[in-house]
Every structure is written in C-alpha cells, then in structure tokens.
Design a protein around this ligand. Structure first.
Ligand code: ATP
Length: 600
C-alpha cells in the first residue's frame, strides 16, 4: 500500500484521498495543491488495485498536465503500468472509438483522426468562399453536444457563413473517412449511449476515474464519464477536482456542474470536499483576487510567502501605443528593483491578437532577455503527431531528471509504431532511448538536423516511412506546418528561427519571460504577473451574454497566478470610433473595485 510522510499532505487533502464509499467532488482554491492531491490519489489507488485487469484512469485538460502528473506519480515510486492518463480525446479514442467503432455506421469501415494542422488548412481554405461577412478558421470552432454540433462563436452575424463552412467541412471529412476532435467526443458519447454493455465493460476495468479541471468540462464529456460510472453502480468511482471560480472556457462549452446534477445523472452519491489553503501567493494577492470570486469559497494564505509585501498596481492611463514601453518598464522594475528572475515573469492578455507583435517588440527592446511567446516555436506542439513526439526525444538532452520522462516518450514512440503496423517487438524502450542518446549530428539548421536524426532512427529501426501511410502523412504534415510557421517568423524579422538552438528551446522548461493568453497560463504560477488588454469588449467579449460573470473569472484566474507581484493594465485609446470617442474603457469590475493600489 502506498503511504506518505505526515507533512506531505494536509488533513483536507488526506480526507479527500481516503474517501472510499462515495464518488468525490473536490473543490480546490488556487494554489491549494490540487495537482499534489490528484497525484497522491492516483498513487494510492494504483497501490490498491486488486486485479491485473484493472486500470486507474486520469483525465487531464492538456497533454502537458498529463505529462506532469505522470512524472510526479512515477517519482512517488509506485508501479504505473496500470495507470492510463491523458486528455478526454485520447481517452475516448483509445478506450471507446478504437475498440468499439464497429457500432457506428460512419466509422465501422475504418477512420482516421484529422490532426489540428490539417483541420486548420481545410477550414481556412473553405473560409475563402465566404465574403459576407468574411470569416477565418478562428471563427469556426464548434462544440459537440449530446444532440448536435453548436457554433461556438459569439458573433451571431457570422453564424450563417460559419454554418456554410462547417457543413462543407464535415461533408469532406465524411468522404475521406476522417473525424476531428469534436467528433471523437460525439461518436464516443453515441457508442456509450446506444451500447450499455460497453459502459458496463469499461466500469469493470476502471475502479477509479479521476478528472482534473472539472470546471472546464463540457456537457458531452460529463455524459461520457457518467455513463461509465453509472453502469458500474458503485464499482467504478469518480474523483473529480477543480475550481468553479476558474471556469474560463464557458464559450467553448466548459462549465462546473453542481453536485446535485452529478448525483442525478449518475444516480450515485457524491461526497464534497474543499481545499482552502493557498500555498502559492501572499495574503495581499489572495485578498485581491478573492474579490473576483463568483463561487463562494474560503481561501487561507498558508504558504511561505503569506506575509510577503506584494506590489499590486493598476494602470488605466497608458495609451495603447505606449504599451510596449510600459511593459518594458515593469519587466525591468521587477528584475532590477524586486530581484525577480526573468523566468518568473509572465505577461498575459485576454486575446492572442496583440501578443505576437508584443513579443517581437519586446525582443528588440530587451535583447538581453529571452521570451517564450506565442507562435515563436518553429513547429507546432501537435502531440498527436508521431514526428513531434519523436522530436521531443531528439531535441532534449539526456539528464537524470529527464530520464523518466524520456523513457516514457520512448515507450510512446514504440507504441505508436506498433499501432502503425511496424513490428517493434525486438526492441525495448531502453534500447530505443539509448540509440537516440547516441545520435551525433553535426548540423546547425533545425529542419535539416531533424531530417538527419529521423533518417538515422528509421535506419536503426530498418523502416521505410513511405511503406506506412500514417507515418508518411504525419511526416508531411509536421514539416509542412513547420515551414509555414518559420516563414511567418522570418517574414516578421526573426532570422534565427531555423537554428538548432531555437528548435531545442521548444522543449526547454520555462525559459524566458512568458507571454501568453490568460487561458494559456491557467494552472501555472509566476512570481510576477503583468496583465494587459483588460478592457471592456475584450474582457468580457462584447457579445458574451454571460459577460459580467465570465470577466470576473478571467480576472480571478489572471491574478491568482501571481505569487509576489501583480500589475494590471487597462490601456486607453483602443478601438476609437463614433461610439467610443476615447477608446474602450477598462473592464467594469476594475473600474468599480476600490482597491488601494501601489504606484511604481
Ligand atoms: N500539503 C502541502 N503543504 C505544503 N505545500 C503544498 C501542499 N500541497 C501543495 N503544496 C504546494 O502548493 C503549491 C500549489 O500547488 P498546485 O500547483 O498543485 O496548485 P493548484 O491547486 O493546482 O493551483 P491552481 O488551481 O491555481 O492551478 C505547489 O508549490 C505545491 O508544492
């Protein structure tokens, strides 16, 4: 049985882990050790497995979170061979669609999953035909519900055009026997709904399903998971963790389902626990973001920084044309006057649009610091692409603290090769990793370096890519999308994109000042957080019917990432027009909050 030292978990965390009679709903405030609790719960349940046929399932919001949790569970020293962890899409693909697709007419003769790069290409192409109004790929997100596909865009005047594009898109996929990410959910739901016996089989295999970030779970995802739990009639239990105050994917269908609804849908009891101790931030920061909560919970500052003299500023006078100067000033203030490491600074905005140009300008303004901004990577982090996975091993250095992770990546490569039809029975993950570690490639250009490395690995495996259509498709997609990204970056003046050191940066942990959307920094923490673009119409989005609540959640997530210092900027002069003669105003909650801000 997995046991831990007394001071590793607090009583709240332990109580949630020890719950064994009911399903568990764990409401965790920011910085309360949600990930630690989840990790220990996984290790605990792995050590209690009774049969060789059982698996513990953990569903995370991102692949990065899955990797992080896997690492941490492995470090706890339990056997992880019966742990399956990944996103809901990966879960549905592996446990529902692949084994049971014969129950769906559209899928029974085989199907392929469209990768995100190809989906973007296809939708972008189809958007060309729509001119009134013009739309782009980013307008065309849709949400699978239990009954239909729903357009996600809040801009209703674009719905007709988006509908045209999506209908052509889905027809094309059908012709090509392809499905995309939302369809993975839809068809999985359909299989479980129509085949109760499959729900029963799965519930027998999974004594515990754990779900992280439940506040961003979509209705159809709840239904998929609940179908399994319900069929188990108590044999299969759920451990569901999250923070309703941080539910910021409302427009993509994510929401925190209340406990009573969970009980209704599963017809099973749930015990509710709370984590109220925040180990991350100073009491000043906590008091600040507590103001934005929309779900009543208690937060107690319990960390080493609880008494820290935090600086919180609010700037609602700087003109947007001077935003780069102001952010530069704040970066230098934090580094030189407050002693903050550049890797511990994060800049976040509610939208992607201003971030790429901000990153480029900051790189010019502060050449001595490195930046980790959007679109800076020379290839997409497309975790479903085989060659992306292989590049993780090729572009990371062997080191003791990367060993477990790289070994797991090697295992995934062999698993993917086997799924593509390659016989890899003769080779172990250790042998494969050893070969990758022995590669010596004298090459400074990133793309050529990868091509040479991939060739050598294929030689070692005695494998010709063109004999395996899925490997070839992934290969073409990986290098095509990379070429496009690099062209954009080079056109924008980033000459050193195609260098091996730039390629290796993609997998370096936390290097440089982070620049991201607020959505992108969810789940992370930094000493200093600088938020800008916090203006009405952006936060909340001008057509968001639930805007007042959603904008509070955005401010809550942003501010709760900070350990020490927080700088909020609502720049002036954006979108000046007849209706807004002096530009968009600061987000209403910021205008109304009478906080005693510092001046720096
Ligand atoms: N029992 C504990 N005692 C001391 N420190 C703890 C304890 N549990 C967790 N921590 C620390 O608290 C910090 C925050 O934990 P974690 O990142 O898991 O927060 P979280 O709840 O996932 O936050 P968020 O929801 O904001 O993303 C980490 O540095 C972690 O090591």
């Amino acid at each position: 049985m997995f046991i831990w030292e007394k001071d590793e978990l607090n009583t709240e965390q332990e109580n949630a882990i020890y719950e064994k009679d009911n399903n568990t709903l764990l409401i965790a405030c920011p910085g309360s050790g949600k990930t630690r609790t989840l990790t220990y719960k996984i290790a605990y349940e792995l050590s209690r497995l009774k049969s060789e046929k059982e698996y513990i399932i953990a569903i995370t919001y991102t692949n990065a979170a899955a990797d992080e949790i896997k690492d941490r569970v492995e470090l706890l020293g339990v056997d992880t061979s019966r742990l399956w962890i990944g996103t809901i899409h990966a879960f549905c693909t592996e446990w529902i669609l692949r084994p049971y697709s014969l129950h769906i007419d559209e899928l029974k003769n085989g199907f392929k999953i469209l990768n995100s790069h190809d989906a973007e290409e296809l939708i972008t192409e189809l958007c060309q035909a729509e001119t009134n109004p013009r739309i782009t790929y980013y307008d065309c997100q849709f949400i699978a519900t239990t009954t239909e596909y729903k357009i996600a865009s809040l801009e209703t005047e674009k719905h007709r055009s988006i509908g045209n594009v999506l209908s052509k898109y889905l027809t094309k996929l059908k012709q090509n026997h392809q499905i995309d990410y939302e369809q993975i959910l839809y068809y999985s739901y359909l299989i479980l709904k129509e085949q109760p016996a499959i729900c029963k089989i799965l519930s027998n295999i999974f004594p515990f399903l754990l779900v992280d970030e439940f506040q961003d779970t979509k209705d159809i995802q709840y239904h998929i998971i609940f179908s399994i739990i319900k069929a188990g009639k108590g044999h299969s239990k759920l451990f569901i963790v999250g923070d309703p105050n941080q539910s910021i994917f409302d427009t993509l269908g994510g929401y925190s389902m209340p406990k009573v609804k969970m009980e209704q849908l599963t017809t099973l009891p749930f015990a509710e626990y709370h984590l109220e101790n925040n180990y991350r931030s100073s009491a000043i920061i906590i008091a600040y973001f507590d103001h934005y909560k929309t779900f009543p919970n208690k937060i107690v500052a319990k960390g080493k920084l609880s008494d820290f003299a935090s600086v919180i500023t609010f700037n609602d006078v700087v003109n947007h044309t001077l935003i780069v100067d102001e952010i530069t000033r704040l970066i230098l203030y934090n580094i030189t006057e407050k002693g903050i490491s550049p890797n511990e600074i994060c800049i976040a905005a509610p939208q992607w649009i201003p971030l790429a140009s901000l990153t480029r300008k900051l790189m010019v303004r502060l050449p001595d610091y490195s930046f980790d901004g959007p679109g800076m990577a020379p290839f997409a982090r497309d975790i479903d692409n085989f060659w992306f996975k292989l590049s993780r091993i090729v572009l990371t250095e062997p080191s003791p603290n990367m060993y477990i992770r790289r070994l797991r990546w090697a295992k995934e490569i062999l698993h993917d090769l086997s799924a593509a039809g390659v016989n890899v029975d003769e080779i172990t993950q250790k042998e494969f990793l050893k070969f990758c570690n022995s590669l010596e490639i004298q090459e400074n250009e990133g793309v050529t370096y990868l091509v040479k490395a991939f060739n050598k690995i294929m030689e070692f495996l005695k494998l010709k890519i063109s004999y395996y259509p899925s490997l070839q498709e992934h290969y073409d997609s990986f290098f095509e999308s990379s070429a496009k990204r690099m062209k954009k970056l080079i056109d924008a003046g980033n000459d050193s994109v195609n260098t091996i050191s730039n390629f290796k940066k993609v997998f370096k942990q936390r290097e440089g000042i982070k620049i991201s959307t607020i959505h992108g920094v969810k789940g992370t923490e930094y000493d200093t957080v600088i938020g800008f673009g916090l203006i009405q119409s952006w936060v909340p989005h001008f057509q968001d019917l639930n805007g007042l609540v959603n904008s509070k959640k955005m401010l809550y997530v942003l501010a709760s990432r900070a350990r020490k210092h927080l700088h909020i900027i609502s720049e002036t002069g954006r979108n000046i027009n007849r209706h807004n003669p002096s530009g968009l105003l600061p987000t209403s909650h910021l205008r109304e909050y009478q906080f005693d801000y510092s001046q720096v």
